[in-house]
Design a binder for this molecule. Structure first.
Ligand code: HSE
Length: 418
């Protein structure tokens, strides 16, 4: 029988997640993992743990030969990167929840793992309590994974639920998300989609072997969603959710983005409320599968860190099979999207960018259209984020079959519509 490794942990960060982990570890003595020291920024802050546990000097932990695992749950991406680099170069395994740091430095983090041969586990960096990274790594073969569609940010899902179901204002809902410890210290990262984008960059890597940067993926958050959008959604039998989506296209390349999306009320993601996250995977033979769980908060996030720590006892590390053992997939921006756009004035909308517009409602103060455009039109212009314009993608938004585009345009031409 293989021996279990004894784990001596140096913890960076004692906020919502760090303290959650400390409490959980106290309740899990069977794990034989103990926190030797915790590095914090502000020594003056009162903490629910003995003073002797804390230090403000990161070197105390990074140079302690007895510490063989660094758990890093801070929200300063630059500091987190330095900690991870030094820790691994000093021979320590790392468990990290820093999604921004990982997403922005994916190539460097991968290289570090190759150079040192040490594990770098990050289950808590995406969808908190849902074990999605390890599932994507271990279970799904590259060729079988057709698409993934997910709610990966708890705060925005919480805010949308509170606004549209409990009739709270945006500000009230955000405040509540902050009080409950779901939101980032800078909530703009949640609201404007940056946090979801970081998580999507990480998940694309484990799902498809794609190594990309957040700046290469098109995204927006929920900042421009209006009450009138919710009314339209309800009339059409939809919910509005912030959705990260990836789909393998006919040419084998992958389309990926993060946008608000209309979700039909009978789809699993529509049942995902409040701070919960959900992931729907479509694969070759199993058809659709749905993962569901808390996507933010102290214990749910710490539970993923705990699981990574437990996996280290058995020397587990990601193999990145899809990156190193298969032909990794490529991202593409060459496809069409069907979108809903609401706006205050036609003058803000470049109608010529659309292949066709199949619905438009211009009477009310808040106007909207539903139409199809090539992704390049969204990359080239930012009209869809300005002047309170709100863009929501439709339930099955990706069109990559050019014959559909040509047929549809031709039939509209014949009908004298375009
Ligand atoms: N702010 C993040 C969220 C925390 O709301 O999803 C969990 O990553």
């Amino acid at each position: 029988m293989e021996t279990q490794k004894k784990l001596t942990i140096g913890l960076f960060g004692f906020g919502v997640v760090g303290e959650g982990l400390y409490q959980i570890l106290k309740q899990t003595p069977s794990l034989k993992a103990s926190i030797k020291k915790v590095c914090i920024k502000n020594a003056a802050k009162k903490r629910n743990a003995p003073d002797a546990l804390f230090t403000t000097d990161k070197e105390v932990i990074l140079n302690d030969a007895e510490i063989n695992v660094i758990v890093e749950v801070i929200d300063d991406a630059d500091a987190a990167l330095q900690i991870v680099q030094t820790a691994m170069l000093n021979g320590k395994a790392v468990v990290s929840a820093s999604k921004k740091m990982i997403a922005e430095n994916l190539a460097a983090i991968l290289q570090l793992q190759q150079e040192t041969g040490l594990p770098f586990l990050c289950e808590a960096s995406a969808c908190a309590s849902i074990p999605i990274i390890r599932n994507l790594e271990e279970y799904y073969d590259n060729d079988l994974l057709h698409s993934i569609k997910a709610i990966v940010n708890g705060s925005t899902n919480f805010i949308l639920t509170k606004m549209f179901e409990d009739k709270l204002s945006f500000t009230e809902a955000l405040l509540l998300a902050q009080q409950l410890g779901f939101a980032e210290s800078n909530p703009k990262l949640d609201i404007e989609g940056y946090d979801a984008l970081s998580k999507w960059t990480i998940l694309l890597n484990h799902a498809y072997g794609i190594v990309t940067k957040p700046t290469d993926i098109l995204f927006t958050g929920i900042q421009n969603i209006q009450d009138s959008d919710a009314t339209v959604a309800t009339e059409k039998g939809f919910d509005i959710k912030l959705i990260a989506q990836a789909k393998k296209l006919g040419n084998g390349k992958v389309a990926a983005f993060v946008f608000p999306q209309f979700i039909p009320l009978n789809e699993p993601l529509s049942f995902v409320k409040n701070e919960y996250n959900g992931v729907v995977i479509e694969s070759g033979f199993s058809d659709k599968q749905f993962f569901y769980g808390k996507g933010a908060g102290s214990f749910p996030t710490a539970s993923a860190v705990l699981s990574d720590i437990a996996a280290l006892r058995y020397h587990y590390k990601y193999e990145y099979k899809k990156l190193y053992h298969h032909q990794p997939h490529e991202l593409t921006n060459d496809y069409y999207l069907k979108v809903y756009v609401s706006f205050n004035d036609w003058k803000y909308i470049p109608r010529e960018d659309f292949e066709w517009i199949e619905e438009w409602h211009a009477q009310a103060e808040r106007k909207y259209l539903i139409g199809v455009l090539h992704l390049s039109k969204l990359i080239e212009g930012d009209w869809w984020k300005l002047n309170n314009t709100s863009l929501i993608v439709t339930p099955d938004p990706i069109i990559d079959d050019l014959s559909i585009i040509h047929l549809k345009k031709r039939s509209l031409e014949l009908a004298g519509i375009v």
